[in-house]
Design a protein around this ligand. Sequence first.
Ligand SMILES: C[S@@+](CC[C@H](N)C(=O)[O-])C[C@H]1O[C@@H](n2cnc3c(N)ncnc32)[C@H](O)[C@@H]1O
Length: 219
Amino acid sequence: MNVARVIFGRKQCYSTSSKGWIQRQARDPFVKAAKSNQFRARSAFKLVQLNDKYRVLRNGYTVIDCGAAPGGWTQVAAKKVQGKGLVIGIDLLPIDPIPGAHLIQGNFMYPQTQASVRTILGDRKADLVCSDMAPSFSGNHVADHARSMELCESALMFAQTTLKPGGAFIAKFLMGGSEVEFRKKLQTLFGKVKQEKPEASRKKSTEGFFVALNYLPSK
Ligand SMILES: C[S@@+](CC[C@H](N)C(=O)[O-])C[C@H]1O[C@@H](n2cnc3c(N)ncnc32)[C@H](O)[C@@H]1O
């Protein structure tokens, strides 16, 4: 079976019938755990593990999840904020409904998409802005890294206008060099910044995550 996804107007096709892919899925403990926890994606465990370490999700929190499809992180966040909080998930792709979450289909880099998020937020400020956004892989690592850092910048600019003082920011990036500058920028805006590779992130993947805590808006 070929699974086709349309990202940034381009079709990304990848085979899920290769022997290697099937074997890897069968062996992957997070694929099994995702099924038994009714998570839509194994990636849900990356947020679970980051939250176990940093406690960025709590009852009553307001969370903005950028790059949310198919909805694993949004499911985790909606469960943790327990109906008293607010969770908004945004993606280029449609997301099937998730109880307790508002879902927006759109390009997060477009002002109109961010305006839709602000409309739902109203007067609220966010406790957590997280981004698991990933570009459509071109095969050119330099270009993919640059695109990934653009997505990080976009999430951070949005976070700077929506986070509460003391709020948290998580962003996935593809390693490639310029994450060093991004980290320095985070250090000017947050009290604590860590780089993480949660166990659920595949070893072969060049992805990493910045976890920035204690937003300092006056800095
Ligand atoms: C790794 S997936 C996210 C998985 C999700 N966190 C989960 O647990 O189900 C990355 C997502 O980023 C989305 N994405 C990439 N660029 C985006 C953009 N500019 N605006 C919104 N979503 C974007 C892609 O469509 C894709 O669904």
